[in-house]
Design a protein around this ligand. Structure first.
Ligand SMILES: N[C@@H](CCC(=O)N[C@@H](CS)C(=O)NCC(=O)O)C(=O)O
Length: 228
């Protein structure tokens, strides 16, 4: 199998795709993209050239969630797959509803909060208040369990945490003083994990002349295997 992932280190969509691949120990060739200078090979695919994108033996997975579901389908670790994406249709519906809320309701406010100077029609704190509604919902949920759908991590946690990380990063002292202690604990736990360290490995921008890089790095993959 040949699998190539176009990625961008800081992109929250790419982070959730890489976190899933690393959790499931699926190794891909990784190509780090500079968004302002997208490589010709990515542009040549045609259509949307957003990252992350995964190419597997001629099939194209152009969205982070496509990549997450490809990983779940491809992994042979059934126990972990069942944990991340439980078979119960009610749990699945809840997972998708959290992710959709994040992607379609929270993300637009996150963007405005992050780049408030580009959206002068309202103040930064107005955008933060709008985003904070989601933080409150998450915090209330996390008061009752370690992760969003219970004790075990699911793809809801993986798909959402990179966006909360960004929100927290806009004004770290505000986030630390915000009182969302359950949310903070949840985020910190993920950010301190070996898996996150693996996910955030620094790579130079890809060009065609470069040697192939793999994600997770072979050494890291071995370490993760030992920990699991
Ligand atoms: N819905 C897409 C969104 C991906 C996305 O917007 N990625 C951004 C980087 S964080 C990007 O590629 N921006 C460059 C562009 O839009 O051309 C997904 O889930 O993968």
């Amino acid at each position: 199998m040949s699998a190539v992932l176009y990625s961008f280190r800081r992109c929250p969509y790419a982070i959730r795709a890489r976190y899933t691949l690393a959790t499931l120990m699926l190794r891909v060739e990784i190509r780090e993209v500079v968004l302002k200078h997208k490589p010709a090979a990515l542009l040549a695919l045609g259509g949307r050239s957003t990252v992350p994108q995964l190419l597997v033996d001629g099939d194209r997975f152009p969205e982070s969630l496509d990549i997450i579901f490809w990983a779940l389908k491809t992994s042979s670790n059934d126990d972990l797959v069942n944990q991340l994406w439980p078979t119960d249709p009610i749990v699945r519906a809840k997972i998708m509803s959290w992710i959709r809320f994040n992607d379609y309701c929270f993300k637009p406010w996150l963007d405005r909060y992050k780049y408030a100077d580009r959206h002068p029609e309202q103040s930064e704190s107005y955008y933060r208040d709008k985003g904070e509604r989601f933080l409150k919902r998450l915090d209330t949920r996390l008061k009752h369990s370690t992760n969003l759908l219970g004790e075990q991590m699911t793809i809801a946690d993986i798909a959402i945490f990179p966006f909360i990380r960004q929100f927290a990063g806009v004004n770290a002292s505000w986030f630390e003083g915000s009182g969302y202690v359950y949310l903070q604990e949840w985020l910190n736990r993920i950010l301190k994990s070996e898996c996150f360290e693996t996910v955030m490995v620094k790579l130079t921008a890809w060009d065609e002349s470069q040697d192939v890089s793999y994600f997770p790095e072979p050494r890291r993959a071995q370490e993760l295997l030992i920990q699991n």
